[in-house]
Design a protein around this ligand. Structure first.
Ligand SMILES: [Zn+2]
Length: 404
């Protein structure tokens, strides 16, 4: 295989692309040349409704698909666990995860899900299990978690097509449950950034990747067509909207120039992040004490609600339902807060790194003392994404980074 841009050669088996290489319009590019030209972006736009079809019909097919993706994810997770080692006194350390190939079995169990969807979910669940198995099997500090309905429905790059109708409304053609659908997306000024990327997908300047459909809770006040449901146990009515997440390689702005040198960024025991610029006295700290306070308050709240729930004799079924709804909504609210903190923190640091004009960020998040429970993996993904948009590489310094 020869890179169309730099002429680099690499031997491959049976015309398969080497890792990181990409094919576009009949040409192949090595990982480096591809990364110089494109940047991977995900945009999310809510769906207004199906074109020429009923919402109720769409709700039905999505409901079926999401039941299957959720069931599949939970089945995979328990299979990975069941096939894994059990800790015994002869083990000095946790052995690597056994090679478990579940795809063929998963396909047989879920014949109605497209092969790509099964493969993508298998990959995601495997990754999630791999990062948590140390806590589950070795330290036993966590129990095996559970995927909650609905797990997003992923589709392969050629399974969806973005376009505009004659009035300039953004649409997506897609197959769900073996049927063709045209979905109308929201437009308007608050989606300007997303629509710029969407336009470059329609024009073919961008290289499409995965798309996923999922749902998001929404407040009753915005009257948008969507999905209505009830909390488990038949409590309050909940409103949802369906979101369309589109992933594509977008052309990298020409103005970007590669910097030089590096910054070391670490999680630290007394603050969230600390950074040092190579060969300079410049430092950068993100304290984020407020996140610690949120975490403590959330933990207290949760413990209280769980205690009340367990003390079942004293309360009626109705009161218990109220308590479990409160529990779910407080967890969801906390999750959303943490999620937006992750976005802010990574954006904030990326700005700093951009000002320093570095080529690389050396990243070590192995210290977890400041926050015991935190989506470190998600944070790292966001950081890598944002740095990549500025042409800065993220290099992992953790022990497991060295191993792989
Ligand atoms: Zn190349």
């Amino acid at each position: 295989m020869i890179c169309a841009a730099c002429g680099k050669q690499q031997d491959t088996k049976a015309n398969r692309l080497p890792r990181g290489w990409k094919r576009r319009e009949g040409e192949v590019f090595c990982a480096q040349c591809w990364g110089n030209r494109f940047v991977l972006r995900a945009i999310t736009i809510p769906i207004v409704g199906p074109v020429d079809q009923e919402w109720s019909k769409l709700r039905e097919v999505l409901g079926t698909a999401w039941s299957q993706t959720t069931e599949l994810s939970n089945w995979l997770l328990t299979e990975f666990y069941a096939n894994d080692v059990r800790r015994d006194s002869k083990m000095a350390k946790l052995p690597p995860m056994p090679a478990t190939y579940l795809y063929p079995q998963a396909r047989r169990r879920f014949p109605n899900l497209p092969s790509y969807t099964v493969a993508a979910i298998e990959h995601a669940v495997r990754g999630k299990y791999r990062t948590s198995r140390y806590d589950i099997i070795w330290t036993c500090s966590k129990s095996l978690s559970n995927y909650r309905y609905p797990v997003p429905l992923p589709m392969r790059s050629d399974g969806w097509k973005p376009r505009f109708d004659s009035e300039g409304t953004p649409l997506v053609d897609v197959r769900i449950g073996g049927q063709r659908w045209t979905l109308r997306l929201r437009s308007g000024s608050q989606f300007a950034r997303q629509l710029t990327a969407f336009r470059s997908m329609v024009a073919g300047e961008a290289e499409k990747s995965e798309m996923a459909l999922y749902r998001q809770k929404t407040s009753k006040s915005d009257h948008r067509s969507g999905i209505e449901g009830r909390a488990p146990g038949g409590g309050q009515r909940v409103h949802y909207r369906v979101m369309c997440k589109m992933v594509a390689w977008i052309p990298r702005p020409q103005s970007e120039q590669k910097g030089a040198g590096s910054i070391t960024l670490r999680s630290s025991p007394d603050s969230f992040w600390r950074a040092e610029v190579e060969g300079s006295q410049t430092g950068w700290v993100l304290h984020a004490d407020h996140v610690r306070r949120w975490q403590r308050a959330h933990e207290r709240n949760r413990t209280r609600l769980i205690t009340d729930l367990k003390d079942g004799k004293r309360c009626s079924a109705r009161a218990r339902r109220g308590l479990s709804e409160q529990l779910a909504s407080c967890s969801e609210k906390y999750g959303r807060r943490i999620h937006s903190f992750c976005h802010e923190a990574t954006a904030h640091f990326t700005k700093f790194a951009g000002r320093q004009r570095v080529a690389r960020v050396l990243y070590d998040d192995s210290e977890r003392g400041f926050l015991s429970e935190f989506p470190w993996r998600r944070l790292r993904e966001l950081l890598a994404e944002k740095l990549d948009e500025r042409g800065i590489d993220l290099v992992g310094l953790n022990v497991d980074d060295q191993a792989t």
